[in-house]
Design a protein around this ligand. Sequence first.
Ligand code: ADP
Length: 241
Amino acid sequence: QEERRRQSQKLEAIGRLAAGIVHDINNLIAVYESGLRLLQKQLRDDPANPNTAMLIEELLKRTQNGGALTQQLLAFSRGQSLYPETVDLNARIESLTMLLERTLGSGITIRRDLDPALGPVLVDANQLDVAILNLAVNAKDAMAGKGTFSIETSNTPEDIEDVRSGAVSFVRVTVHDTGCGMSKEILAQAFEPFFTTKEEGTGLGLSQVYGFIKQSGGHIRIESAVGEGTSVHLFLPRHQE
Ligand code: ADP
């Protein structure tokens, strides 16, 4: 309990810090990017400089990586302004199909098991999309191009202690992959901001999802086994009349 409280205080502090600096970095990156595009345009008619063109291409790629990172930081620190609405979760998941296919690539099979009895939930639908896509990116990384990604909804989530104790009732969304899984040590740190085991990771994906779900009044659980795969369970508050 104490651990959880510390975790969310830490998230909050880092969120505030990030909000301040990310705007500036984002602006800088935009300046670099537009300068590079201008150079690229000027060089297009000058084939005498193939190396410069390649360098520019490379730099542009870097600015785009930087841009993606600042976007993620922004979304992460923006935590406080959610716009919850009544959402038909199954329909929302259906509408993500194309994006999920593109995110995961053709070697990965997508399965859906959507509970037809699923009631509406109260959540920021756009942020929920972002969360699911974040989980899909992690799933893709874990599966190295091959495997099964499944997304399941349940109107009657199994009892989990602190889910049961509150007055709010929940539905469950589970995102599962058949990837590498996580060791106990990795799982224990997976929600930590900036914790990553990937060379090009930001370590912000899961902490962002965690922050969003907590702020939505929900719960998140991860089950993972090395060599078998990972399930991320999201418990979202039901829309109550
Ligand atoms: P990032 O993906 O940038 O590393 P995350 O916060 O999303 O940041 O994830 C933190 C770490 O948790 C990852 O580096 C990885 O080790 C582990 N992880 C997250 N999702 C999965 C998954 N689906 N399967 C295996 N490991 C995962």
